[in-house]
Design a protein around this ligand. Structure first.
Ligand SMILES: Cc1cc2nc3c(=O)[nH]c(=O)nc-3n(C[C@H](O)[C@H](O)[C@H](O)COP(=O)(O)O)c2cc1C
Length: 458
């Protein structure tokens, strides 16, 4: 039987998500800060049987040489932005099955506060929340905003993220036994103290001790997503993540990535299937092939090279416009996000920075680019999924507004459904949508962590 394809959407709570398209009539320049806009989008995705809506997020913004380039504010390049986590409870209330994945960085947040926020959302959403664990992008501005003066090197940030997640996992999985929340009005017992445990963490990067304030929630731990594809990022994902977001570029490279993550997961004592892989996809679909290509042409014409350079710099810390255009990608070095640089270096180590900018102008931080008639798009999605072992796709916006999702829902979903590739989410929780189980898999390392009983046995 052919594999069910998980469906998601990749959003950011800013005027355009990705490249600046907010002035286009199909954009959402005037809507992005209205809760009603997001409610309508969430409802539409829920009704169409999508598994999740993902909000990428960052505190930072793009800088060049420590300053915000004019393009960022003038052209609305991932700026300004609101905190998407604060909208999730409202979106969940208006939807039945749609899951919500939100990014939260391990670099500037604190584990206990993060654990409590996600546990609260797991209760409010009835188990439909996921956490995209990132070590952060736009780190330079984020550090400045938060007054952080001591910067960790790239791989150390992931070591710190391990300690961060350990701390959260102990609170979520080990501070309360399943039956600890008694709520017995007759006996006057809210929670059974003998079933509570004290978490104690004294690790290289984190220190925290105490009892979790939130009783067990439907999923306990939110579904753990990870998105950085640097070597250290993949190792982190193989150890911790239940789902990985990638921006697939070709079937071959996506297949290699999927195989690598699964192999590493197995070395961590997990099953290959314990880590789902979901790729970003920009789909431009119309009733006919010609209409779809015309639409894609219109979209590409909106994108400027200078804006692309600014966005690239925000992610990597590298100002490509300040370099000799003949500089080779393998000679680029950064201690900020390495995913993008490594992606181009893997494609072609001899690629020059001028070529990178040309390609980045139209692709930006996107995954597969698919343009065509409904059948063509469905064929290509199936070929990618079957050829790479990927488990799901998430749609990236084109003009910014909901038109592209609507076109996919009306034109492509029925074709994929007829072929048995998409169906309404199975189960009530996000983890059930993706893995068929309500709680972390028994092979997850969270189960080997522990907490101390609050009431020591005599
Ligand atoms: C699909 C996808 C989504 C991402 N979403 C975010 C995000 O929401 N916030 C963020 O700061 N970084 C995001 N990133 C960037 C990575 O998580 C970031 O590159 C990583 O934390 C830095 O480590 P790296 O060197 O492994 O890339 C995303 C990356 C990908 C591929």
């Amino acid at each position: 039987m052919s594999k069910r394809i998980a469906l998601g959407v990749f959003e950011m709570m800013n005027p355009s998500n990705g490249m600046p398209t907010w002035t286009d009539p199909r954009g959402r320049g005037d809507d992005w800060d209205r809760l009603e806009y997001w409610v309508d989008l969430a409802r539409a995705l829920d009704a169409a049987g999508f598994d999740f809506l993902f909000f990428a997020d960052t505190y930072g913004y793009a800088t060049l040489g420590g300053r915000m380039p004019e393009e960022v504010a003038a052209h609305g390049i991932q700026f300004p932005a609101l905190d998407p986590m604060l909208a999730i409870a409202a979106l969940a209330r208006e939807t039945d099955a749609l899951g919500f994945v939100v990014t939260s960085p391990t670099t500037v947040e604190r584990p206990y506060a993060t654990a409590r926020r996600f546990a609260s959302l797991d209760r409010f959403t009835g188990g439909r929340i996921g956490w995209n664990v990132v070590t952060g992008s736009s780190q330079a501005t984020t550090d400045e905003l938060f007054g952080i003066t001591e910067q960790l090197a790239h791989d150390q940030r992931y070591d710190a993220a391990d300690d961060f997640l350990d701390t959260c996992l102990r609170y979520w999985e080990h501070s309360w036994d399943d039956e600890a929340e008694v709520r017995d009005r007759i006996r006057g017992v809210y929670a059974d103290p003998s079933k509570l445990h004290r978490v104690e963490v004294d690790a290289a990067y984190q220190r925290s001790a105490g009892i979790f304030a939130v009783p067990p929630t439907p999923q306990r731990t939110p579904v753990l997503f990870q998105a950085g594809t640097s070597d250290r990022g993949r190792a982190y994902a193989a150890r911790n993540a239940e789902a990985v977001f990638i921006q697939g570029q070709s079937i071959a490279s996506a297949a290699a990535h999927v195989a690598d993550i699964r192999e590493q997961a197995v070395r961590n004592g997990r099953a290959p299937d314990d880590v789902k892989v979901i790729t970003g996809m920009t789909i431009t679909v119309a009733p006919t092939r010609a209409e779809a290509h015309a639409l894609r042409g219109e979209y590409e014409a909106l994108l400027a090279r200078a804006d692309a350079a600014v966005m690239f710099a925000g992610i990597t810390g590298l100002d490509l416009t300040g370099l000799d255009p003949d500089t080779r990608v393998v000679d680029l070095k950064t201690d900020l996000g390495q995913t993008l640089v490594q992606r181009y270096a893997r494609q072609n180590p001899e690629m020059r920075v001028g070529e990178i900018l040309d390609s980045f102008r139209t692709k930006a931080i996107r995954g597969f680019q698919i343009t065509g008639s409904p059948e063509e798009v469905a064929d290509e999605i199936e070929a990618i999924v079957d050829g790479s072992g990927i488990d799901g796709i998430m749609l990236e916006p084109t003009f910014g507004g909901p038109a592209a999702y609507r076109a996919f829902i009306e034109l492509v979903v029925p074709v994929l459904a007829a072929r048995g590739r998409v169906s309404p989410p199975p189960g009530a929780t996000l983890r059930e949508h993706l893995s068929g189980i309500p709680r972390l898999a028994p092979t997850h390392r969270a189960h080997a962590l522990h907490a101390r009983p609050l009431v020591e046995s005599p």
